[in-house]
Ligand binder design. Structure first.
Ligand code: SF4
Length: 242
């Protein structure tokens, strides 16, 4: 199955120690079963620390340190697991973040979530409208013929994207919200509610913006994403509010 992503995704690099709002602070991170097996088999100082710093209930997760920091986040805000064992040693959530995935019948779409300040910067400063490019093929996922409803949803999303009337970073913001949230109608069929969600999210972010600098728009978008897009309850409230 082909995998597509906005072209700016290729430029994404975690800025690690330079990040002012590290995603390794304040979030409880679950460790997937496959990574857990690898961690349990690791020896040496890193293996010992991994055993000490992962709680098994209700699901394996890193035990946060003071200030809700990941126990593997160094004082320089670098990841100790990467430093000692390389990026391949990361668990699935850490390896994926800040990427999200949407599964269509005949394609997988990847995006960057704006809770990450570097992702938000790339998205909102992209010089052209959202452009999806093929990035890889997932051999173990076989494409299927999309249903008529699914094809209609994809066409509708394309129409919404091409009818964006804002310009510059505001256009990039609306495109991101459409790309991020419309595809979920694949799973719940709530197309009209998701269109309203895009409008409400756009209104909320721009109301909090100082109206002047792109860096403030990036910060407001990051805050919104951090507070709402990763919180199922708040997202549902925004979907259904009158
Ligand atoms: S928020 Fe983004 S840039 Fe910052 S540490 Fe996380 S992935 Fe890296």
């Amino acid at each position: 199955m082909k995998v597509y992503a906005p072209d700016y995704c290729a430029d994404f690099r975690c800025i690690a120690g330079s990040c002012r709002h590290s995603c390794c602070v304040g979030w409880e991170i679950d460790v997937d079963p496959e990574t857990m097996k690898r961690y349990q088999a690791m020896d040496g100082a890193l293996g010992e620390k991994l055993k000490r710093c992962i709680a098994s209930e209700p699901v394996p997760h890193f035990i946060l340190s003071a200030g809700e920091r990941c126990p593997f986040l160094t004082e320089q805000n670098l990841c100790e697991i990467i430093l000692r064992a390389g990026e391949d040693a990361l668990c699935q959530i850490c390896a994926d973040h800040p990427r999200f995935r949407n599964y269509w019948s005949d394609r997988i779409e990847i995006g960057l979530g704006m809770a990450c300040e570097e992702a938000a910067r790339l998205i909102l400063t992209s010089p052209h409208p959202l452009r999806l490019v093929p990035v890889s093929v997932e051999a173990d996922e076989q494409p299927e013929v999309p249903s008529e409803e699914e094809s209609a949803l994809l066409r509708f999303r394309d129409q919404l994207l091409s009818s964006v009337s804002e310009t510059g970073p505001l256009a990039r913001l609306r495109e991101y919200l459409i790309y991020r949230h419309l595809a979920d109608a694949l799973y719940d069929g709530r197309i009209a509610e998701r269109v309203r969600l895009v409008d409400r999210a756009f209104a909320r972010i721009t109301a909090a913006w100082n109206g002047k600098t792109v860096s403030d728009l990036i910060e407001q978008a990051r805050l919104f994403s951090n507070e709402v897009e990763y919180d199922d309850e708040k997202l549902e409230q925004l979907l259904t509010e009158a």
